[in-house]
Design a protein around this ligand. Structure first.
Ligand SMILES: Nc1ncnc2c1ncn2[C@@H]1O[C@H](COP(=O)(O)OP(=O)(O)O)[C@@H](O)[C@H]1O
Ligand SMILES: [Mg+2]
Length: 349
């Protein structure tokens, strides 16, 4: 079991004690659980459980018109719950050999992940584990994923201040996952990338799919291998060498996303020749050369939206995040601090 459940519960009980009316009265565990179930914040602390029928009703029987995307874990549909809430329903595709088991683990893991609560994480509302079916239900993010936005798929102008805000939101979300503040242990995202940064109606960035790699049973087949390894183009070279997953693997992937924001290019461009496919390998060496740096700035951005000073600092941060050696990369908390300064400098130029 990857999570230490005992520490989760004890930590939650400890932190809850600050909110009680009279903190001096001892409350046994049972009453904490009752309290959790009865409060308004139930949605935040405890995942909702749906039946297959409810999932079908929400998505009009998984009508193709409601399909919003396909990814490594399966298909994602837009849906509406009985209470009118618009959600994203992720239909998990399990390899056939694993369809029958893992239900209990699935429930436990999802319960834990749904305890995470941060403005820069996509809220995991609940799940469905009905027979062979597994679904995750998330809050719906109306402006889709960052990669599509950088590709100009929506009518959103991606100027520099918005890109900086997106970088900041994503950094805060990752720093929160790494800080272990809500569930007692740090969580490595494992699959951080621009399609896992989603934007709300108000263009706030939120991270999705956190902890999901852990949810999937590990297997020798291609499904599991790609999940365990994350996505090509974002993959930490040190992890590739040592097989040891650390928080710094997320920092590497974060650096790749910073480069996507800066250049407007994809992490991996398969339509290019072999030498030009990987954006990191292409630009890593020029990030600290101001003259060459100008040439790789995304031409889609209005020149008036950025200062070269903030671009230079941003590129320098990105170059440190993608260092080969994990221990030479900054922590996510350091990235948040630096981005704050970069935002400030861009605003006050
Ligand atoms: N909560 C959500 N709200 C809106 N769209 C979403 C949501 N989750 C996922 N999507 C869309 O569905 C696509 C596929 O998602 P996913 O299965 O997570 O694969 P990937 O992360 O590899 O793109 C995403 O790229 C995104 O555009
Ligand atoms: Mg995703």
């Amino acid at each position: 079991m990857p999570f230490n459940i005992v520490s989760v519960w004890s930590k939650r009980r400890r932190s809850k004690s600050h909110d009680t009316v009279d903190p001096w009265i001892y409350k046994p565990m049972e009453s904490w659980q009752l309290r959790d179930q009865n409060t308004q914040s139930k949605r935040r602390n405890c995942s909702l459980v749906f039946t297959l029928k409810e999932m079908e009703e929400a998505t009009c029987s998984f009508n193709e018109e409601n399909l919003v995307g396909k990814g490594g874990f399966g298909r994602v549909y837009k849906g509406t719950l009985k209470n009118g809430e618009v959600v994203a329903v992720k239909k998990m595709e399990l390899p056939p050999s694993k369809q029958a088991d893992g239900e209990r683990e699935f429930r436990v893991e999802v319960d834990i992940l749904s305890r995470l609560d941060h403005p820069n994480l996509v809220t995991l509302i609940g799940y469905c584990a009905d027979g062979k079916n597994r679904f995750l239900v998330y809050e719906f993010m109306r402006n889709g994923n960052l990669q599509d936005l950088l590709n100009g798929i929506r009518d959103v102008k991606m100027d520099w201040p918005l890109r900086l805000r997106v970088a900041m939101g994503a950094a805060r979300g990752l720093a929160y996952l790494h800080s272990s503040s809500d569930i007692g242990i740090p969580i490595v995202h494992r699959d951080f990338k621009s399609t896992n940064i989603l934007l709300s109606e108000h263009l706030e960035a939120k991270i999705s799919d956190f902890g999901l790699a852990k949810l999937m049973p590990e297997d020798e087949d291609i499904y599991a291998t790609t999940r365990v390894l994350g996505t090509f183009g974002y993959f930490d070279p040190e992890y590739a060498l040592t097989g040891k997953l650390t928080l710094q693997s997320d920092v590497y992937a974060f650096g790749v996303v910073l480069l996507e924001l800066l250049t407007g290019r994809h992490a991996l461009e398969l339509n290019q020749g072999p030498a030009d496919q990987n954006v990191i390998l292409q630009v890593r060496n020029i990030l600290n050369d101001r003259k060459k740096l100008r040439k790789v700035i995304d031409p889609e951005m209005a020149k008036s939206s950025y200062t070269m000073e903030s671009i230079t600092m941003f590129a320098n941060l990105a170059s440190r995040c993608v260092r080969i050696e994990g221990s030479s990369r900054p922590s996510m908390a350091e990235c948040v601090k630096e981005l704050q300064l970069i935002l400030y400098i861009n605003m006050n130029a």
